[in-house]
Design a protein around this ligand. Structure first.
Ligand code: SF4
Length: 44
């Protein structure tokens, strides 16, 4: 899987995604609202 652009590591292993207006704050092992981008060990 390719690491996503427009994302930034956040506290506690979370990742912030800036690709769309939802601006998801994604916990490790979880996906954003879109269900496509997911946090895999701190990388989106
Ligand atoms: S919905 Fe998907 S693309 Fe939009 S901010 Fe959330 S994870 Fe990123």
């Amino acid at each position: 899987m390719m690491e996503a652009r427009l994302s930034r590591p956040s506290e506690g292993g979370c990742v912030d995604c800036y690709l769309c207006a939802f601006r998801c704050h994604i916990a490790e092992g979880k996906a954003g609202v879109c269900g496509v981008r997911e946090n895999d060990a701190g990388a989106l």
